[in-house]
Design a protein around this ligand. Structure first.
Ligand SMILES: Nc1ncnc2c1ncn2[C@@H]1O[C@H](COP(=O)(O)OP(=O)(O)OP(=O)(O)O)[C@@H](O)[C@H]1O
Length: 310
């Protein structure tokens, strides 16, 4: 019998008068790499806490591999590994102890080769006996991931795993998440980095004000936006853009002019010809398609990606 990895039906949750989740429905299929995107305060963490059984919803239900997260909490919780946003750790344990303790909490006494695999994949081999308080922030974050996966759950939930980490670690974490997914683990990722979602996720849900605004494959989300851009470099910085192109001008800076148009109604050659008709020489051009960030901005009216950290 095929069954969703996570099935969320009509989930509602309020904190006082604030409706954090207003009736969320979605399913994550087994083996999927699923992205949960949304601006700050959209409700992503509350939804994840509901999936993890840490928040009891006011209405609706969540099932993890068929187990209700409230009625059948232990079974449901055992199937998932949640990597939280915040780095919380016990300073008195070593890296190995922290990971083993977590596995033990879920009844796994013998981790077999999985401990070494985790330490190796997260480049923690030489930190195995180090005390948690001796580790750098980036290292602690790696341990947090190993800890969440210690009991080898079939579903990994990564809540902004790369927030505030440097580019190198971010890429190695992507590789690791991809590998787990290739090996069959279902992965749910929340992120502020669109680049991360574009790179990794098969399907993406965009959450805004506690509701699902869009739920589709990455390609289908991108295909929804029919806006295209044409950037031209004029030979003469003082040349006027022809009157007929004025409605298309999105930006002008010196010799550079960026036009925005709907591909269903116009095409770049037609726009380019207008310059030629007006006797304005163009020395270079570039066309552009929308990014997931553009789609996100149009759907929510907000920006998602923060400034990159280095
Ligand atoms: N325990 C709580 N008590 C009161 N309000 C809460 C609580 N948890 C969350 N909220 C509120 O619910 C809304 C959704 O918060 P949530 O943390 O789920 O958003 P998010 O999408 O994860 O945001 P971020 O990207 O900033 O982590 C916010 O307005 C938040 O202030």
């Amino acid at each position: 019998m095929s069954q969703a990895a996570i099935s969320i039906q009509g989930i509602r949750k309020s904190f006082g008068r604030l409706q954090a989740l207003k009736g969320i429905d979605l399913e994550v299929q087994k083996g999927e790499f699923f992205g949960l995107l949304g601006p700050n305060g959209a409700g992503k963490s509350t939804l994840i806490s509901t999936i993890a059984g840490l928040v009891v919803p006011d209405g609706g239900r969540v099932e993890v591999l068929g187990h209700d997260t409230v009625r059948d909490f232990r079974q449901a919780r055992r199937s998932i590994g949640v990597v939280p946003q915040e780095v919380v750790y016990d300073p008195f344990f070593t890296v190995e102890e922290v990971i083993r303790n977590q596995a033990g909490y879920f009844g796994v006494r013998n981790m077999g080769g999985w401990l070494d695999e985790l330490l190796n994949a997260l480049e923690l081999d030489d930190k195995r006996d180090a005390n948690m308080r001796q580790l750098s922030g980036g290292m602690k974050r790696r341990v947090l991931i190993a800890q969440a996966l210690a009991h080898r759950p079939s579903i990994a939930i990564l809540d902004e795993p790369t927030a505030g980490v440097d580019v190198e670690l971010r890429h190695s974490l992507w590789e690791f998440a991809q590998r787990l997914n290739d090996e069959g683990m279902t992965v749910v990722l929340t992120t502020h980095y669109l680049e991360e979602a574009e790179e990794l996720c098969d399907r993406i849900a965009i959450i805004h004000h506690g509701e699902v605004q869009a739920l589709d494959t990455k390609d289908a989300l991108l295909a929804r936006d029919t806006t295209r851009s044409l950037c031209v470099t004029l030979a003469d910085a003082g040349a006027e853009v022809p009157e007929i192109l004025a409605p298309f001008v999105a930006e002008r800076e010196g010799r550079q002019v960026r036009l925005r148009f709907d591909k269903e109604e116009h095409n770049p050659v037609e726009l380019l010809n207008r310059f030629q008709d007006a006797g304005i020489a163009v020395t270079d051009l570039q066309t552009g398609s929308p990014s997931l960030e553009d789609v996100f901005r149009r759907l929510t009216g907000e920006q998602l990606s923060p400034e990159d950290v280095t």
